[in-house]
Every structure is written in C-alpha cells, then in structure tokens.
Design a protein around this ligand. Structure first.
Ligand SMILES: *[C@@H]1O[C@H](CO)[C@@H](O)[C@H](O)[C@H]1NC(C)=O
Ligand SMILES: *[C@@H]1O[C@H](CO)[C@@H](O)[C@H](O)[C@H]1NC(C)=O
Ligand SMILES: *[C@@H]1O[C@H](CO)[C@@H](O)[C@H](O)[C@H]1NC(C)=O
Ligand SMILES: *[C@@H]1O[C@H](CO)[C@@H](O)[C@H](O)[C@H]1NC(C)=O
Length: 808
C-alpha cells in the first residue's frame, strides 16, 4: 500500500497500520454488501432498478449513467446524468422521467415489464410509464450518446428513447423537432417544470417563451420583429434542429450558430437554464463553462422579476429585482411574483402625478400607442385612463418623433439605455417623497427552497448498526490519518506526496500563494510583455495549462479592495474577454494569473512582418466590440475598461480577439479622477477620449472612443501614437489620425469610391479588402471618435451595426 520498505521493521507505525487494516477489513466488506451500488449495462425484461440499492445503468463509454437521483430530501427522480461529478460533488442531469412528481427514497422502482412497458412506481403506485408494448423480446440500454433506449433484441430498432422527450437539455446529435421542447427547471434547487420553454412555434421558427399562470409572452427572437427581420426562415417543410458533436448548431429556420470552441469534438450540452436563457456548456477540467448563449442581456428575458418590478444586473451579485417606488414585494422570498402597489388607482386624475425612470423600458401591455405626441399629451392619456399604471415615452430615431405607450401593466422592466424613458403614475404624496432612488428595502431575494417529501417510513434496525459501524470506521480512519501524518512528519521520506497535494484540481477562480506563483512562472524567467501597470510573464500550471502572469506594480495595497475587484473580474465570462484563472494577494504582492494567448497582442500583429489580412481584422473589430459591449451593457457600466488599445487586445491561436486588463483601472492610485462616477485611470495617449482632457464626466463612451481609434488604426495601418520621440500635445497628436481620415472620408463613408478607399487603407491589405465591410467599419469608427460623447454609439449598437454588414 505505502512504500515503507526502509522503515518497515523498526517503526511502530507499521504495526498500528497492520492492526488497523486487519480490524477494518471485515467491517468494510460488511458495509459494502449492504450499500454497494452496482452498475449494469442492460436492463432485461422482467427486472427492475431499486431506489434503495442505487443501481444504475452505465453507457459503454462510461460517460453517462441512468438511475435514481436524489433531488431533495427523500425525493428521487429517475434521471440520466454525466458520470463525472463537478468540483462540489454535484452531478449534471441531462434528462428526468418524473421531474414534476418525485418518488420516495424507499420502495420505489423502475421496471421493464414482461409486456415491454417501462414503469416507475413508488410503493406500488405508478408515477411514470412509457406505455410501450412489444410481443418480441426487448431490453433497455444507455447508449454512448446519453440516449436511453428500449430496443428490440433481434434488430435493435427503438421502441422508445429518452431523446424524444427531453427535459431542459439536449445533447450533441440529439434531434430537436416539432414535437420536442425544452422546459426550464423551476429554480436551481427545484427541478420541476419552470416558466420558460424553447420550441418550434407554429410558424416553424425556434422561439423562447415565458409562461406563467397570468402571462405568456415570447422574448426570443425579439417579438416585434418578423421572422425574416430576425434572420429566420419560416418557409420550410422539414422542421429540425441539432447541435452536432463539433459545437455547431443548425436549424431549418436558419437559426445557426457555432460555439466559441467549435471545431473540436468536446463534451457539450445545450440547456434552457432556470433564468430563461439558452446556453451551450462545454465540459473541461474545471467543470462546465459557457461556450455560447442566446441572449447577452439577461434582463431582456421576460418574466424574470414579475410585474411592477425592475431588473438590474450587477456582476457582483448577478441579476436582482427591485420594486419601484410606491410598490412592495408580493412575496419577499420569490422575486418572480413581482410587486404590488401600496396605493389605489381609483381616485380622480388630479390625485396623481408622475416620476421619470430614465433608460427603463417596460415591454408589452400597451392600451394606447401615440406615434406623434408631446409629453403633456402622453401624461393626459394616462391620467384619463384609470387602468393606466404609467407610460413609456421614447424618441424614435427613424421618424424623429416622440412616441407614447400607455401601459396597463408594468412588466419586463429593465435598464435598456437611451432613448427609453418610462414614467410611473403615483399619488401626488408619493411623488413628493420620491428620492430618486429605487427603494433598497424592497429588494427581493431568489427562492432557494428545497424539495422535501413527507412520507416517512420506519427506520429499519440494520440502519442503526450500520451507522454505528460507519462512525466507528470513520473514527478509526481519522486515527489512521493522524498516525500517517505523524509518521510522515518524523521520517520525512522524500516522496511525491507533496506534489500530489499541490496537484489538487483547480476549481474555478483560484487564490495562489506567492510561492506557487514563483514556481508556476519558473522564478519569473520568461517575460512576455510590459505595460498596463505591470510586467507579464509566461508560466505553466501544474495541470499543464500555459498561463500569463501579471505582476502589478503600484497596485492598491488594501487587500479587501483588491479582493473585491478580483471577485468582479472572476465572474466576468465572455469569449471576447480574457479569462482570469486566479490571483495572488500576499504581503505586497498583487498578481493576476490569466489565460495565455498564443498570438500575442493586436499591436504586435499590426506592426512587424506578419501583418493581419482584412478578414481577420474585421473579425477582430467585431469580437472586441462584443467583449466591450458585454462589459458595458450587461454590467451597466460597472466595468469601464478605460484603456482600450491594441496592446490590450490579445489574439488566440485562431486569431480570435480577447480584451485584456479590464477591471484593473480601479486598482491603481495614480491619476484617479475623483469627481467622476467611475474611478478610472487615464488611458493611453493617442487613444484617450477628449473627456479626459476637458475634465468632463467619464462614462462608457470613453471606451467607445478608444475603440474607434483602434479600428481606425486597423483600417489605415497608422498608429495614433506614431512619430515617437516628438512630444506633441495630446490633443494635437490624436487629432492627426482622426482628422486625416475625416478629410478623406468627407463625412460620408457610404459614398466612397474604390480609389478613395485605397488611399485610406493599410497598403498591406489592398489585395483582399471588401468594399462594403470597409465602408461599414469606417462609418462606425468615425462615429465612435466623435468629440461629443452623446453622438457616439454604445458598444452594443456598434455590434449591431457591424453584424448586419459582415458575412455573419
Ligand atoms: C460554423 O462553422 C462552420 C465551419 O467552420 C462554418 O461553415 C459555418 O458557416 C459556421 N456557422 C456560423 C453560423 O457561423
Ligand atoms: C412566500 O412564498 C413561500 C414559498 O413559495 C411561502 O412558503 C411563503 O408562505 C410565502 N410568503 C408569503 C408572505 O406569502
Ligand atoms: C417546486 O415547483 C413546483 C412547481 O412550480 C411547486 O409546485 C412546488 O411546490 C415547488 N417546490 C418547492 C419546495 O418549492
Ligand atoms: C499564431 O498561433 C498559431 C498557433 O499557435 C501559430 O501556428 C502561428 O504561427 C501564430 N502566428 C503568429 C504570427 O505568431
């Protein structure tokens, strides 16, 4: 067992160990005979799986298992799961037979009857059945794909299969059809059918729908778009969708996408999550990571907060729902029930007034729409209507008119940004007491209650004995471990045990000790970059992941502040943002460990010999925009980058861009702008927005500006910081590139001729550029570098504009 050859005969430990083993062996075998779960590959006709025995079917590749799974206290479902447990010991379920009616932990069984029927019973009562019949012999098998199939013995044809009745997950190569649908779980702890559904609608288009007792509404694709406007094709006779084993999803309605890690055969699953979003997850050493999701703005999903409530997304705590002024939570422990007014709406109009809730949209439930309206007219329409709860007053950029939507119910509320504004109807006394802040008191917490089945059975006496023996062996086990440690400490035999402990599987965001960092970086031997407040070294983790290690200098020394920032950074997960694996905060050391990018920075790839071609540049421009849009919108400007430049945009082996160094700006003392809402160090000369120079408020538009500069640099091949050595005034310096482009473009990039484009374009790309894409990108970049921040688009608008032009 242990390599004790050297000390074997002289050390007292060995004797103890021997005695212990002799004593424990019979106990172990005894408890095993009671509790050993057996795994079988086939369930034959006339046999059963019993909940007490924990028997289960295993697929030949051992990736999947099927059997009883405990989903709450004494509540079991017959399920299929991935055999690989997560770091917290939990299993990932992919299918459930009886999600809405769990069975007891005793006297429940799953049987294949003589007639060919599969039945789940609890103390004799039927809970679920396939209602299949077969005159020929059948058997039940779990295939390598995760499909549980009832097959004819002679020709292997399927009588029944779990793939045709998915719950909330489909696996690679599982057909999704007109008759299948995914239904989310009720909550993270309650697996019964929840509010969201993913399905092919009657118009043959894949949709996401929110369904509660009171309300049913489609939120994906955007309900105001016609199928063709959403890029869908309803004209098809075959209705079918599938995620293939390489991470590519195709559907007959043209809803196709690739996961961020597509191309490789990896273990993936597509799940309709509790929050109503569809995500594809890929299994890796650290567990499941998101490789694609349908909606990037989680608050845009309907029904999340219930009526009269407002959804916000904060990276630290995720999504929260808050009641609006004058409203209180219906049930503090279940935010999806929403809020109710604390006043009456039945008084005469003169009792009411409005408060403005800027940037908020409430979708649906309009009793009137006025397409050309003043604010006064809109208010009057709402006052005159006793069912009106408020209205939305929005500037329509296309018609250049204000539109008024009178609401009878305030639902699906979230911060959508300009030009959305909502007005809430309240009694005048409430309007006076409104302090422009959403009442913190009325914040709701999400329900996490667990399922409990209250049908107790007599405890049998064998259980008591077994418990005693388990306790006894645990205590002995404890002694054993102590003895071993004691022995180990005193003999100090060099062995590989220390490295074994060191190899503990990295789970999620890790805190490293300084000694570990020294080891991982091989004493900081390979420097791969400088800047952004620190030096970057290459390193290798014990699990062979290659990493970049950034040693911050001048970072704030307060450990609590540093950890708070780290917890924000650690939660951010997007394919165009660098993934941070961990950090070290020990003594004065402040170090970040993140993924290593094979192809270095965009700056390196724009200069030097290996210049990037047009297509790659265009994809990089879109990717960077997506990454920044995620930081800005999803996080409601909680994370401004403040230093977007080609040096901070890194490229992986396939030249996919990832933005690095976000969230770091708060970590430094130097040059902090105290007066702005966001503390942010100044960016880099050449890429800095005019707000810095003129001391204007700092918003996410500073990143938009820097992004515009980066795009101009990618198009023209000219760096806004070139001509190094001559210290120009900052404004003059950066004006040069912007003005040069604007002169050439004459404010109308759409009408550029090919000759004009060639004049602007980086000479390296003349051969392969695409007229339309260049015009679009120029157009976007020129808007981004507008002096007036309000004229610049937001990052998500940039993404939209570019998406509709490229080949994607
Ligand atoms: C997904 O990748 C494949 C192969 O690279 C490509 O042919 C296909 O067009 C991609 N689909 C989408 C939607 O990007
Ligand atoms: C809120 O909901 C929980 C669980 O759904 C329930 O147990 C509780 O009684 C409810 N509270 C109120 C005040 O209705
Ligand atoms: C789980 O959800 C179902 C359906 O929504 C509900 O009936 C049941 O009471 C929930 N269980 C608990 C413990 O909240
Ligand atoms: C980019 O990365 C790939 C994969 O590591 C490598 O083959 C290629 O040479 C790299 N290109 C450059 C310019 O470094």
């Amino acid at each position: 067992m242990y390599t004790l050859t050297r000390n074997m005969f002289i050390h007292p430990y060995f004797i103890m160990h021997f005695l212990f083993i002799m004593f424990l062996l019979p106990l172990l075998t005894f408890s095993y005979s009671l509790h050993a779960a057996t795994s079988i590959s086939v369930l034959a006709q006339g046999s059963s799986l019993f909940v007490e025995k924990k028997d289960h079917l295993v697929s030949p590749n051992r990736l999947f298992a099927a059997g009883f799974h405990e989903i709450g206290q004494n509540a079991y479902c017959f399920a299929i799961w991935f055999t690989q447990p997560m770091a917290d010991g939990k299993l990932t379920l992919v299918w459930m037979a009886n999600r809405d009616e769990p069975v007891n932990g005793k006297r429940s069984k799953f049987s294949l009857g003589k007639s060919g029927n599969l039945v789940l019973t609890d103390a004799g009562r039927r809970f679920w059945a396939t209602d299949t019949k077969s005159n020929e012999p059948v058997q039940l098998k779990l295939l390598d794909s995760g499909n549980l199939v009832l097959t004819h013995m002679h020709n292997q044809s399927y009588v029944w299969q779990s793939f045709s009745s998915p719950t909330d997950t489909i696996l690679p190569n599982q057909p999704f059809t007109k008759v299948t649908a995914l239904t989310s779980s009720r909550s993270l702890t309650n697996f019964s059918s929840g509010y969201y559904k993913f399905y092919f609608d009657n118009d043959n288009v894949l949709k996401l729908r929110y369904n509660s007792d009171e309300i049913s509404s489609i939120y994906f694709p955007r309900p105001w778009l016609l199928p063709w406007q959403a890029g869908r094709n309803p004209y098809t006779t075959r209705i079918f969708a599938m995620l293939d084993s390489k991470g590519r999803f195709t559907s007959t309605d043209d809803y196709n996408f690739n996961t961020s890690d597509n191309g490789k055969i990896l273990q993936r699953r597509l799940t309709l999550d509790v929050d109503g979003n569809i995500r594809v997850y890929t299994l890796n050493k650290r567990g499941w990571s998101v490789s694609w999701q349908a909606l990037s703005t989680t608050c845009a999903i309907h029904g999340i907060c219930g009526p009269n409530s407002l959804c916000t997304y904060i990276p630290e705590s995720g999504r929260t729902c808050a009641c609006m002024h004058g409203y209180k939570a219906k049930n503090k422990s279940d935010s999806s029930l929403g809020c109710e007014p604390t006043f009456e709406f039945s008084k005469p109009p003169e009792h009411y007034d409005f408060i403005k809730i800027p940037f908020v949209e409430f979708y649906g439930f309009d009793s009137q729409r006025l397409y050309r309206s003043t604010l006064n007219e809109c208010q009057k329409s709402c006052l005159d209507d006793s069912n009106c709860k408020g209205f939305q007053y929005t500037f329509n950029h296309d018609s250049k008119l204000f539109e008024c939507f009178v609401k009878t119910l305030l639902y699906n509320g979230f911060y959508k940004g300009t030009p959305f504004n909502s007005y809430l109807k309240l009694p005048k006394t409430y309007v006076l007491s409104y302090n422009e802040k959403v009442d913190i008191e009325s914040q709701l917490v999400c329900s996490t209650s667990e399922i409990e089945l209250k049908r107790p059975y007599d405890k049998n006496s064998a259980n008591g004995t077994l418990k005693f023996m388990l306790w006894f062996s645990s205590i002995l086990g404890g002694i054993e471990v102590l003895c071993f440690l004691f022995f180990y400490y005193f003999t100090k035999t060099p062995s590989s045990t220390t490295t074994q402990a060191y190899l503990a599987i990295a789970t999620g965001f890790k805190r490293f000790t300084y000694d570990e960092i020294v080891k991982v970086s091989r004493k900081f031997s390979e420097e791969i970059g400088r800047g952004g407040g620190g030096i970057v070294y290459k390193g290798k983790l014990s699990d062979n992941r290659v990493v970049a290690i950034k040693v911050l200098h001048d970072a704030i020394q307060g450990e609590a502040e540093f950890l708070a920032e780290m917890s924000t950074i650690g939660r951010i997960n997007h394919m165009n943002l660098i993934e941070t694996y961990g950090y070290c905060a020990e003594g004065n050391h402040r170090i970040l460990v993140y993924e290593y990018m094979e192809n270095g920075s965009l700056a390196q790839n724009l200069s030097g010999a290996n210049k990037l071609g047009w297509h790659k540049r265009f994809e990089i421009a879109i990717g960077v925009a997506k990454g920044l849009a995620y930081l800005h919108e999803e996080c409601l400007e909680w994370v401004l980058h403040c230093d977007v430049k080609p040096h901070n945009i890194l490229l992986d082996a396939n030249y996919n861009p990832k933005v690095a160094d976000f969230g770091l700006s708060k970590l430094f003392h130097q040059d902090v702008k105290e007066d702005s809402a966001f503390s942010c160090i100044r960016g880099t000369r050449g890429y800095m927005a005019p707000e810095w120079v003129f001391n204007l408020p700092i918003t996410s538009k500073v990143d938009v500006y820097s992004y515009g500069m980066v795009v101009l640099e990618m198009i023209t091949g000219r760096s806004p910081t070139s001509d190094q050595g001559i210290s120009y005034n900052e404004i003059v310096e950066k004006k040069r590139l912007v003005d040069w482009v604007k002169e050439k473009v004459h404010k109308a990039p759409e009408n550029l001729t090919e000759i004009q484009i060639m004049e602007i374009l980086d000479p390296m790309m003349i051969e392969e550029f695409e007229n339309l894409q260049i015009k679009k990108l120029l157009c976007v970049a020129v808007q981004c570098v507008e002096e007036d921040k309000d004229v610049r688009p937001t990052m998500s608008e940039v993404v939209k504009m570019l998406r509709h032009s490229g080949n994607d």
